[in-house]
Design a protein around this ligand. Structure first.
Ligand SMILES: Cc1cc2nc3c(=O)[nH]c(=O)nc-3n(C[C@H](O)[C@H](O)[C@H](O)COP(=O)(O)OP(=O)(O)OC[C@H]3O[C@@H](n4cnc5c(N)ncnc54)[C@H](O)[C@@H]3O)c2cc1C
Length: 702
């Protein structure tokens, strides 16, 4: 018999909104369990109706959509003290002072020297990173942000850009799942330390829980889009705290593309950018090419250089000469002004560090430019640098301040005045670089354009913002539409197109001075999400995965750029990341080195200006045989899934039958459309399974 609590808090008729509001839906019931027994009650109560666990609703695909949903917000504690940390977790973060991991480690030599956590599945990645920091531990890798729940991130195969480390889902050692009719299943690998008798006697495990110790079933459950049931908890392998040193640079995409084309996947060329310290080698030469040198005399010569200033941006064409005696002094003074001196000192004379992370963003509106984040592992004791050169960085622009204010997220009209000022201002601040409006009038006497700019600001701008406010759209959607209308205005273009494209590329790339170098423990560096924008944003996004060894990803990017050019201006970016093969049967990284190509664009629900672009993009991705990210938008059907995953899909369907059996509870429109249903030939259809299902339903009514 299952082990439910008598009740669970339930909201009827809940509106469910994903972060970017791409697929809102109404759920008949939203269950809000605060512990495992309530979770079991929720699953039993849902009965045969389609049910999905909700993480943070960051998925852009319909993976979360179901008749009933279970919030995992309050299942966010540790079930055992972390194993192998240097300090203890605060008691408030532990559900009980359990020592499950320590007890297993005492009894099993295979766990000696390992670092493990046992957590409830709804914990947010950012909270987990904070907990791990307290214990002197870190996640081995993660996606780009920390807003996702741990189980939600794993369930769709969330990945980052660490091309030497398997995705986080591969670090799962055991899963505790509440499946149909409230039946509990503990899944771990064959011969795993987590498959022995110490597991079934745990207080949080129901007496009739089934333990499945099978590699294929575990690899199936790693990426399962909620189809196996609700993951209540998991054992995750973590690592001792380590440091990350990140360098952020603007580059030319055509140059980087040709370099990538001749780099051996994961080993040479772009994958082999070694970092020693900040005063030599690769770092020094990249920094040196983005520097202005100031000379004491109007006839500059290398020996009268007196200052160096880091200006970020692309490589400069001319390498300003400085005599050998002055060069280190001026370069050192520049690092000091950027706030990098303590880091430079700490790294001086250190060993070669191997690149392990590379994340590239190409502006779709201006594909000549790209922005590359690279990371190397370093000791965790290095000085923390969160923002380089804060003193020299530009002040936060005015529009960012308006957008990031929570109170303005649904009030696009509050941006009207700031936008007007930015467009007409004769200073060079803000995303519109407002100078050009005034210059047109004063410098070139182009009165028709000037008149139109004033008309745009007086009439179009307030109207666009009002329309978006009336439609319940976000401030970001209105900003996008203002920019798009400016860029495509028949009177103002091409000047306005250039201004808007420049502004968007700046938004995508950000400030390459203040983001130049970051350094800290992984738990401080991994999460790059800007939480101030949650609720203000909107967009469309898809991600497709390719074998990085045969250039398919580069050909796909070429085709996406050509497509974007035919729909210009497309305001968005292409992201390129590399990851090793995953052991998850339905993981997107199916190749020794997999290239993940993400395409994201701005979106307005008032006018879908990129609808046709997206239709063509998904068709292109399908023709190019890209594997779609489970948590992003895609137009892949069962046939594509069969084609991409082949025998892995079959093995996954068999494992599903073994865990979730005949019950329809976790079947949804998404899983049926994508063929994520049990293989009927292998479904456990014995009397026990049916009895268990009926018993669960009956106990729901008792
Ligand atoms: C701003 C942003 C940044 C992103 N960055 C990245 C990135 O860097 N890399 C990347 O790969 N993806 C990225 N994504 C996609 C995102 O990581 C995935 O869609 C992820 O699944 C979202 O996690 P979530 O907690 O929000 O889960 P949800 O979106 O709420 O759910 C996703 C799936 O997991 C299931 N699920 C959730 N909890 C459980 C549970 N306890 N048991 C069983 N199933 C469960 C749900 O039912 C659903 O099927 C990003 C998305 C956004 C919006």
């Amino acid at each position: 018999m299952p082990c439910p609590s008598p009740t669970v808090s339930t909201e009827s008729g809940a509106t469910i909104l994903d972060l970017l509001e791409v697929h809102p839906f109404a759920a008949a019931h939203k269950y809000q369990p605060t512990n495992k027994a309530e979770l079991v009650r929720a699953v039993i109560t849902a009965g045969p109706s389609s049910l999905r666990a909700l993480g943070s609703l960051y998925s852009l695909s319909q993976v979360t959509d179901a008749r009933d949903v279970v919030s995992t917000e309050r299942l966010n504690l540790h079930l055992s003290a972390p194993l192998g940390g240097t300090s203890s977790l605060t008691p408030a973060r532990l559900r009980a002072s359990a020592d499950f991991l320590a007890a297993l480690a005492n009894a099993d030599a295979r766990l000696a020297g390992r670092h493990l956590i046992h957590v409830e599945a709804g914990i947010k990645v950012k909270d987990l990173l904070r907990d791990l920091r307290v214990c002197g531990l870190d996640l081995p890798t993660s996606g780009a942000g920390g807003g996702q729940s741990l189980a939600g991130a794993l369930s769709t195969g969330t990945h980052g850009a660490d091309f030497r480390v398997q995705v986080l889902g591969d670090w799962v050692r055991a899963l505790h799942i509440v499946s149909s009719s409230g039946r509990e299943v503990w899944i771990t690998g064959a011969n795993s330390p987590f498959g022995g008798p110490g597991v079934s006697t745990r207080p949080d495990m129901c007496a009739d829980a089934e333990i499945i110790a099978d590699d294929t079933v575990l690899n199936a459950a790693r990426v399962a889009v909620g189809r196996f049931g609700v993951i209540y908890s998991m054992v995750l392998e973590v690592v001792p705290a380590y440091g990350l040193l990140e360098v952020y640079l603007q580059q030319s995409w055509p140059t980087l593309r040709s370099s990538l084309a001749t780099s051996a996947p994961g080993t040479s060329g772009e994958f082999d950018r070694q970092l020693v310290d900040l005063e030599s080698g690769w770092f020094r030469s990249e920094a040196r090419e983005r520097v202005i040198v100031k000379y004491a005399l109007t006839q500059p010569s290398p020996d009268n250089a007196y200052d160096m200033e880091y200006i970020g941006g692309p490589r400069t064409a001319v390498h300003a000469p400085v005599t050998a005696g002055l060069e280190p002094m001026l370069f050192g003074a520049m690092l000091t002004r950027l706030g990098l001196a303590p880091l430079a000192v700490a790294l001086r004379g250190s060993g070669v560090k191997t690149l392990h992370h590379m994340n590239t963003a190409i502006s779709l509106a201006d594909p000549q430019r790209c922005f590359v984040t690279r990371r190397w592992q370093v000791p965790p004791t290095l000085p923390t640098i969160q923002q380089t050169g804060v003193k020299v960085a530009k002040p936060t622009d005015r529009i960012t301040e308006v957008v990031e204010d929570d109170a303005n997220h649904r009030r696009p009209t509050v941006a009207v005045k700031t936008l007007r000022d930015l467009i007409l201002d004769d200073t060079d601040q803000g995303i519109f670089g407002g100078k050009w409006a005034a210059l047109l009038v004063k410098g070139h006497g182009i009165y028709a354009k000037a008149d139109r700019i004033f008309e745009f600001c007086d009439e179009d701008l307030p109207r666009i913002c009002q329309q978006h406010e009336d439609a319940g759209a976000t401030i970001f959607e209105a900003l996008f539409m203002v920019l798009y209308k400016l860029a495509t205005d028949p009177i103002l273009r091409p000047d306005s197109t250039m201004g808007a494209v420049r502004a968007v590329s700046e938004l995508i790339g950000g400030d390459t001075i203040s983001k130049f170098v970051r350094c800290g423990t992984a738990s401080e560096i991994l999460d790059t999400h800007n939480y101030a924008l949650d609720g203000a944003q909107s967009g469309n996004s898809a991600e497709y995965f390719f074998d990085a060894s045969d250039g398919a990803h580069l050909r796909f990017i070429d085709a996406v750029i050509a497509l974007a050019n035919s729909y210009a201006p497309v305001f968005g970016y292409i992201g390129l990341r590399f990851i090793p093969r995953s052991s998850a049967l339905l993981g997107m990284p199916q190749f020794a080195l997999t290239a993940a190509v993400e395409i994201s664009t701005a979106r307005s629900r008032v006018e879908d200006v990129y609808g046709a672009f997206w239709t063509d993009l998904h068709a292109l991705a399908n023709r190019s045989e890209g594997i779609a990210h489970w948590g992003q938008e895609s137009r892949q059907t069962k046939e594509y899934v069969v084609d991409r995953f082949g025998t892995n899909l079959k093995a996954w369907q068999i494992a599903l039958g073994r865990v979730a059996g005949v019950a329809p509870t976790f079947s949804t429109e998404f899983t049926r459309l994508h063929g994520l249903e049990p293989d009927s030939a292998f479904v456990e259809d014995d009397d026990d399974a049916v009895d268990r299902y009926l018993a669960g339903l009956l106990s729901a009514e008792s």
